[in-house]
Design a protein around this ligand. Structure first.
Ligand SMILES: Cc1ncc(COP(=O)(O)O)c(C=O)c1O
Length: 388
């Protein structure tokens, strides 16, 4: 087979795949991906830049750039510095990285939190997370061999403060994961109520990590922004996904914490990188920080606000319309995730609706995550399919 024929066959196979992916993405309602990519201009620039035929690697600390590897650490740092103040971090006490995903951000949150607490107290922490939080925290507790307590959640998907109180081990430090937007119901852990429980044990050292994979993207651009303001509700680190709200075209995320936390880790002096490397991964994507940098520099705050408010407004509308159609539907505070009695399987499949089950709400459930591409027009098609 000549090279030309081979390329034709390869491209034909890829075209076929791309064609069906382009159709499918318009119906992607069940998972929190933003299918409106902001990166068309980025790829145009990249293809003419020379970087498309180069390998870059962000092995290194964006806040302590020393190496000579080809990297985009300076852009990564600017990305973190852009996001820090949105969550109430002070610019002079901020550290973070662009991660591979929300899970990678949670991995860093649990790892940094447990090492920070161990260093401060010389004791192993107990980790507390709600049963409705994303499973990544449980998986990572297993991976990191953490002593985890799974705390029951109320019917809205929020960690139950009374259950947290029952589980507390006061003579060991507490590594608490707050879920700010649970995956299925979009429930928000009530930080103030949970902190009131933790405050009953003033001797107990506490590290708070927030899993805000989806909500962390849009909440700072809405009237609910105070929920994630660490000046009002103190926390130590936060993980956010890049491919959910922000429209990255592949998995990526953000991990933000303080310099104090970063400087109280297990030291790993890595001679060949000329530095102390606190992060878990050695090689890290250099393209993701560039793409995120592009997105934040080509999208105004007004546009982010418009997208966020639009998502919330359409979510409220969808809940009403579902109820009008005779479906039981729920929408939690500050949430873009409408959950409802599970419709027939044909509809579930067409719109890629994720399944869940809660006997307290009548059994089988589905949800729709109202992202930027989930327009009223597409939701109307969905509602018509339901009626049909
Ligand atoms: C609340 C929450 N946390 C973490 C994750 C995992 O994020 P990622 O898929 O970016 O690893 C998800 C994914 O949906 C999620 O909903």
């Amino acid at each position: 087979m000549s090279e030309a024929t081979n390329i034709n066959a390869i491209e034909a196979r890829l075209d076929e795949f791309a064609g069906s992916a382009m159709i499918q993405k318009t119906h992607d309602f069940g998972y929190p991906l933003n299918q409106k990519s902001r990166l068309i201009g980025f790829y145009k620039w990249l293809s003419g830049s020379g970087l498309n035929i180069s390998t870059l690697d962000n092995a290194g600390d964006p806040f302590d750039i020393r190496g000579t590897l080809s990297n985009t650490l300076e852009f990564e740092r600017e990305v973190i510095e852009y996001f820090g103040p949105l969550y109430g971090f002070d610019p002079d006490d901020l550290w973070g990285i662009v991660t591979f995903s929300g899970t990678d951000g949670n991995d860093h949150g649990l790892y940094f939190g447990s090492k920070y607490l161990e260093r401060k107290t010389k004791k192993k922490p107990v980790m507390y997370v709600s049963e409705e939080a994303h499973y990544s925290s449980r998986r990572l507790a297993d991976l990191q061999n953490l002593d985890m307590r799974l705390i029951p959640a109320d019917v809205h998907g929020s960690m139950d403060p009374a259950e947290l109180e029952k589980a507390i081990v006061p003579d060991r430090p507490a590594l608490v994961v707050f879920a700010m937007g649970t995956t299925f119901k979009g429930g928000i852990d009530d930080m103030d109520a949970l902190n009131a429980v933790l405050a009953k044990y003033p001797e107990m050292e506490v590290y708070r990590h927030i899993d805000a994979a989806l909500f962390g993207g849009y909440i700072p651009h809405t009237k609910y922004r105070d929920i994630l303001n660490r000046k009002l509700h103190p926390y130590d680190s936060i993980a956010i996904s890049g491919h959910k709200f922000f429209g990255m075209d592949e998995p990526a995320g953000l991990f933000l914490t303080t310099m104090n936390v970063r400087n109280n880790q297990n030291p790993f002096d890595i001679a060949y990188l000329n530095g102390d490397m606190p992060m878990i991964n050695c090689s890290r994507s250099a393209l993701s920080p560039l793409k995120l940098w592009w997105i934040i520099n080509t999208t105004s705050s007004e546009e982010f606000e418009e997208q966020s408010e639009g998502m919330l407004e359409r979510a409220a509308w969808l809940k009403d319309e579902l109820e009008k159609s005779g479906y039981k539907a729920w929408l939690e505070h500050a949430s873009n995730t409408v959950y409802f009695t599970r419709p027939p399987q044909k509809v579930v499949e067409k719109y890629h609706l994720a399944p869940d089950h809660d006997d307290r709400l009548g059994g089988d459930l589905s949800h729709i995550v109202v992202m930027q591409h989930v327009t009223k027009e597409r939701l109307t098609d969905f509602l018509n399919d339901l009626k049909a």
